[in-house]
Design a protein around this ligand. Structure first.
Ligand code: GLN
Length: 530
C-alpha cells in the first residue's frame, strides 16, 4: 500500500477512518501539507484554511470515537464523507469566510451565511480544506480570467487546467483533496475535469440547490462534484443533491441511495453495459477537433461495444446553434445578476466622493470587474435592450427549445445515453486563447448544449493524447445521474488495466519546487516568447 494518504480515494480513506488506521486529523494534515507545499506552483487555492480544517477534522474524529465505542452498527451508519477533505470553488458561501467568485469586486466581502450545500456537507462531517481558484464570476474556460492569477495544470505546468472551475479540478488532480465542488454553466465542471484527467459531473438543472452560490446565469448554473473516480463523485453528489425550499428551482426528485452503492467489482460494473444503447452524436465531432482526441473517443466506443452495448450514430441537428444562443442567454442573465455589484450593496466599498453616486458606481464597476466580465455585461445588456430583446433574447430562448427537443427525441427513440468528447482538445498552453475570445468560447462547444437543455453530463478520463488527459462525456436524460454513474463505473471497469489509469499527473512532482515559477510567471514567459 502507498503510505501517502493523499493517494487514497475518498472511500478508502473512509474505510481507514473506521478501522482506526488513520484519523481525520492525519488526513487533513497530509492534504493541507500537499496543498500548502504546491500552491506556489499551482495557484489552485485562494484560501487554504488550516485552522478551520483541523477543527472540523477533530470534530469528525470525536464522532468516530463515539461510534467506535457504540459498536460496529454505529460505525457502519456513519456517513461516507465524515472526516474527508473537500475543496470548495470560491463562489460557494461559507459563513464568515471569503467568497470572491474570482473577482476583485468581492475582495474583502465575507459571506453572511452557509450555502445549502455547505450546510449539507457540515451535517455529514466533511472537512473543508479551503476555497479554490476560478475564472472571474465563472466566465471562462481556462481559469486565466481569475483576478487572482492563473492555475497550472498538474500534467503540464505550462498549460491551463480548464475553467471556470480550474482550481477545484487541479486540486483533485494534484491529490490536494479527493473531492471538490464546482459549478457548470456551460461546461465549467466537465471541461476542467477532462483537461485534468479526473471525473466531473454537471447534474440535471434543479438537482442541487444553488442557495448561497454566486449566480452567473441562473437558468444554466448547476453545482456538481469532482473526484478521481465515479464512485467518489457519486457519493459527493448524493451528499449535496435534493430539494431545498430556498432555491425554487431545486426539484423534489428523490436522490437515489444507490449512488452510494455502485458496484465494487469491475465485472459486475461491466455487466451492466450488456444491451445498453448509446448514441454517438455526429455534430460533436467538430471541425478542427484534435484527431488524437477523436481517436481516444472512438477507442472508448469500441470498448463499450466489446462489452455488449450498442453504439449508434445519432444526430442532434441544432447543436451548431448552441454556442451562439448560449452567448446570448448566459450574458443576458449575467448582466442582470451582476447588477448588484454596484458599490452600495456589494463591491469595493468606498466612500461616496462628493455625493456623486454615479461616479462611484462607475468607478466600482470599472475597477472591480475584469475585461471578460465587462464584455459579458455589455453583450447581455445589449441583447436585453428594448429594441433587441425579441430579436436576440427571445429568439435565443426559442432556439434553446429546439436544442432541448433534439435531445428529447434521441432519448425517446430508446437511446440510454450519449457518448461524446468533452473537449475537442487537450489542455492548451497559457495565453493560447487569450487574444481571441471566440476561440476561448469554442472550448465549450461540446458541453454547453447540455446546459441549454438542462440535462446531466459527466466527463470521465478515457486515455491520454501526447501525455495529456482526454475526457469522455456521457449525457443522459433529466434525472439520470445514477445511470450515468453506472455507465462511468462500467467504463472504469473496462479500462481498469489500462496503463494510463492511476498515473500521477506528469509534472506534479515539479510543483514541489517552491523556488520555481508561479503560473502567472509561466504565462508571462510564454507570452514573451510568442
Ligand atoms: N466557458 C463558458 C463560459 O465562459 C462556461 C463557463 C461555465 O460553465 N461557468 O461562459
Amino acid at each position: 500500500m502507498n503510505a501517502d494518504p493523499t493517494r487514497l480515494l475518498a472511500r478508502e480513506m473512509a474505510a481507514r477512518l473506521r478501522t482506526g488506521e488513520t484519523t481525520a486529523r492525519a488526513l487533513a494534515e497530509a492534504h493541507l501539507d500537499a496543498a500548502e507545499r504546491q500552491n506556489h506552483a499551482l495557484n489552485a487555492w485562494l484560501v487554504i484554511d488550516r485552522d478551520g480544517a483541523l477543527r472540523q477534522a477533530d470534530a469528525a474524529d470525536a464522532v468516530l470515537a463515539g461510534a467506535r465505542r457504540d459498536g460496529p452498527g454505529a460505525l457502519a451508519a456513519l456517513h461516507p464523507l465524515l472526516g474527508i477533505p473537500v475543496g470548495l470553488k470560491d463562489l460557494i458561501s461559507v459563513e464568515g469566510g471569503q467568497c470572491t467568485a474570482g473577482s476583485r469586486i468581492l475582495e474583502g466581502y465575507r459571506a453572511p451565511y452557509d450555502a445549502h450545500i455547505v450546510e449539507r456537507l457540515r451535517d455529514v462531517g466533511a472537512v473543508f480544506l479551503g476555497k479554490t481558484n476560478m475564472d472571474e464570476f465563472a466566465m471562462g474556460s481556462s481559469n486565466e480570467y481569475s483576478a487572482f492569477g492563473p492555475v497550472s495544470n498538474p500534467w503540464d505546468l505550462d498549460t491551463v487546467p480548464g475553467g471556470s472551475s480550474g482550481g477545484s479540478a487541479a486540486a483533485v488532480a494534484a491529490h490536494h483533496v479527493p473531492l471538490s465542488l464546482g459549478t457548470d454553466t456551460g461546461g465549467s465542471i466537465r471541461q476542467p475535469a477532462s483537461l485534468c484527467g479526473i471525473v466531473g459531473m454537471k447534474p440535471t438543472y434543479g438537482r442541487v440547490s444553488r442557495y448561497g452560490i454566486v449566480a452567473f446565469a441562473s437558468s444554466l448554473d448547476q453545482i456538481g462534484p469532482f473526484a478521481r473516480d465515479a464512485r467518489d463523485a457519486a457519493a459527493l453528489l448524493h451528499a449535496v443533491a435534493g430539494r431545498d425550499a430556498r432555491d425554487s428551482t431545486s426539484a423534489p426528485v428523490p436522490v437515489e441511495d444507490e449512488l452510494l452503492h455502485l458496484p465494487e467489482s469491475d465485472d459486475e460494473a461491466v455487466a451492466w453495459l450488456r444491451g445498453r444503447r448509446f448514441g454517438l452524436p455526429r455534430e460533436y465531432f467538430v471541425a478542427g477537433m484534435d484527431p488524437d482526441v477523436e481517436r481516444r473517443i472512438h477507442e472508448s466506443v469500441a470498448f463499450l461495444v466489446d462489452a455488449g452495448a450498442t453504439v449508434e450514430d445519432v444526430s442532434l441537428p441544432h447543436t451548431d446553434y448552441g454556442l451562439a444562443t448560449y452567448y446570448i442567454v448566459a450574458p443576458a442573465e449575467a448582466s442582470a445578476n451582476l447588477a448588484r455589484y454596484d458599490g452600495v450593496r456589494y463591491g469595493l466599498s468606498r466612500r461616496l466622493e462628493g455625493g456623486d453616486f454615479i461616479a462611484d458606481y462607475l468607478a466600482t464597476r470599472g475597477e472591480g470587474f475584469g475585461a471578460e466580465v465587462k464584455r459579458r455585461v455589455m453583450l447581455g445588456t445589449y441583447a436585453l435592450s428594448a429594441g433587441y430583446y425579441d430579436a436576440f433574447y427571445v429568439k435565443a430562448q426559442k432556439v434553446r427549445t429546439l436544442i432541448k427537443r433534439d435531445f428529447d427525441e434521441v432519448f425517446a427513440s430508446g437511446i440510454d445515453a450519449l457518448v461524446a468528447p468533452t473537449s475537442a482538445s487537450v489542455a492548451f498552453r497559457f495565453g493560447a486563447r487569450m487574444t481571441d475570445p471566440v476561440s476561448m468560447y469554442l472550448s465549450d462547444a461540446c458541453t454547453l448544449p447540455v446546459n441549454m437543455a438542462g440535462l446531466p453530463g459527466v466527463s470521465i478520463p478515457c486515455g491520454l493524447s501526447e501525455g495529456m488527459p482526454v475526457g469522455l462525456q456521457l449525457i443522459g436524460p433529466a434525472w439520470s445521474e445514477l445511470m450515468l454513474f453506472r455507465a462511468a463505473r462500467a467504463f472504469e471497469g473496462l479500462t481498469a488495466a489500462a496503463t494510463w489509469r492511476n498515473l500521477e499527473p506528469a509534472q506534479l512532482a515539479e510543483a514541489d519546487d517552491a523556488a520555481g515559477p508561479t503560473p502567472a510567471e509561466r504565462a508571462a514567459a510564454l507570452a514573451a516568447a510568442r
